[in-house]
Ligand binder design. Structure first.
Ligand code: PLP
Length: 445
């Protein structure tokens, strides 16, 4: 959790997958979300945190959600459900993991009598979810860089209206890539990194995957597991969310298929069809949190596809760095296809899905969720196996796309209205590494 990335550049994975027996799964049916969360996360935490503390962290994290069920299911068609993962403070699914991660950080740092400075770049939901997770925590300060005048109003205001002494927003005179390049440069500056005890907020941290496994178990149990298998369709960017579904399956949850739903940035659809993992240009879409060139968590699946041979995976990653591509051999990709399907949904289809869901049930989905629903509907329906689409953001975060699809904007929830009306606080800085580092050091005091 504290390292994020392993020293050789690889990603951490569990040595073995803990399993939930049929009896354990039966016993968890109908239990509160926080109880399921405890049972699912406990084996990964091991002896490092005692049971009472862990349960306390989980209870406190999910008390921040505005729905008792945390991840409620809504039926949108015969055999089709949405799992609403956006009941947290920033109205996107990243809160489900971030709210736990922020509290785990605080607990562990408190024990070690340390503090960290989290520094990250954001163009979308990660920045606000991270800020909400560490605001007012004793042992962490957070600096989030966003490109000045180049974010959506909603997403910027969710970050800049937070009133907390340990939260610092930097509006950089540059692009998102400039922001990311500066964060990377700060990480590579060992003297600076050690001086501020710098850490990252990126999605490859194992402690962000772990809390996401819970809602797959929860949803499957709600719709008949362990007696009946279910299928999930997952709007996918960095592959973190759907990899958590894969983890749930490895732990013994009966999951038929995991459907990778991509927008026009379809590297995963291409790799699943051809075995060729090849970088392309990033296309900006209505579902910006899925606009990626490469899905960093896919490396974790590769580890299993290559028989848990770390050296083989490292070779592929080196090849990617050198040539922007690698090949997955047909027998390996065949193994992936036993669990994963992949579908690509373009912009027109995304709008059509938002309109169709609204017409049929007066329910408004956001563009990311719409990509998930579109992908689910391209699958061959199996009446024996419920299809659960992960709804990853509240539609009010993306009013322009929704309005384009159905002719009106979604109602704005109170917590978003507060952000839209609050006072913004951010410092505009030039795209200059030295200036940004000096600013951070000065702010930390
Ligand atoms: C981050 C995000 C995703 C993609 O999740 P990954 O774990 O990166 O695959 C999808 N939808 C929304 C709204 C997001 O914020």
């Amino acid at each position: 959790m504290l390292n994020g990335l392993a020293r050789d550049g690889g990603l951490y994975v569990p040595e073995t997958w803990p399993t939930l027996s049929i009896e354990t799964l039966r016993g968890l049916r109908g239990q509160p979300y926080t109880d399921v969360a405890f049972r699912v996360m406990r084996p990964f935490v091991g002896e490092t945190i005692d049971d009472t503390t862990l349960q306390g962290i989980i209870d406190d994290a999910y008390a921040q959600f505005d729905h008792e069920l945390v991840a409620p299911l809504v039926q949108t068609g015969p055999g089709e459900w949405l799992m609403e993962l956006w009941h947290g403070p920033t109205l996107a699914f990243k809160d489900v993991a971030m709210q736990v991660l922020g509290r785990l950080y605080d607990h562990v740092l408190d024990q070690r009598n340390q503090s960290v400075t989290l520094i990250g770049a954001t163009s979308g939901d990660t920045g606000s979810a991270a800020i909400e997770a560490v605001r007012d925590r004793e042992h962490a300060s957070i600096f989030i860089l966003h490109p000045h005048n180049r974010t959506s109003d909603v997403q910027r205001r969710q970050m800049t209206t937070v009133e907390a002494a340990n939260v610092h927003n930097i509006a950089l005179e540059g692009t998102f890539d400039d922001c990311q390049a500066l964060v990377k440069a700060m990480f590579n500056d060992v003297a600076f990194r050690e001086r501020v005890n710098m850490s990252g907020v990126n999605s490859i941290n194992w402690a962000r995957i772990m809390p996401q496994i819970v809602y797959y178990v929860w949803a499957a149990l709600s719709l008949g597991a362990p007696n009946r298998a279910v299928t999930f369709a997952v709007p996918t960017g960095n592959f973190g969310d759907i990899y958590a579904g894969y983890a749930a399956k490895q732990m013994g949850v009966p999951i038929n298929k995991l459907v990778i739903a991509s927008n026009m940035n379809d590297i995963l659809t291409r790799v699943m069809r051809s075995g060729r993992h090849e970088l392309g240009d990033v296309h900006p879409t209505m579902s910006p949190s899925m606009d990626i060139q490469v899905s960093s968590n896919f490396e974790r699946l590769m580890f299993d596809l290559y028989g848990r041979d770390g050296a083989a995976v490292a070779d592929k990653m080196d090849e990617l760095k050198a040539t922007d591509r690698f090949m997955i051999e047909p027998d390996r990709i065949a193994v992936a296809r036993q669990t994963f399907d992949a579908q690509r949904i373009d912009e027109e289809q995304t709008l059509a899905v938002i309109a169709d869901v609204y017409r049929r049930s007066r329910y408004i989905v956001d563009p990311h969720t719409a990509v998930g629903v579109g992908a689910a509907r391209q699958e061959t329906a199996d009446p024996e196996s419920p299809m659960i689409v992960l709804s990853t953001a509240h539609p009010a975060k993306f009013p322009a796309a929704v309005s384009k699809a159905i002719g009106c904007e979604p109602p704005v929830p109170a917590k978003l209205a507060a952000a839209m009306n609050g006072t913004e606080r951010f410092d505009v800085l030039p795209n200059d590494l030295g200036v940004v580092m000096d600013h951070i050091v000065a702010r930390l005091g």
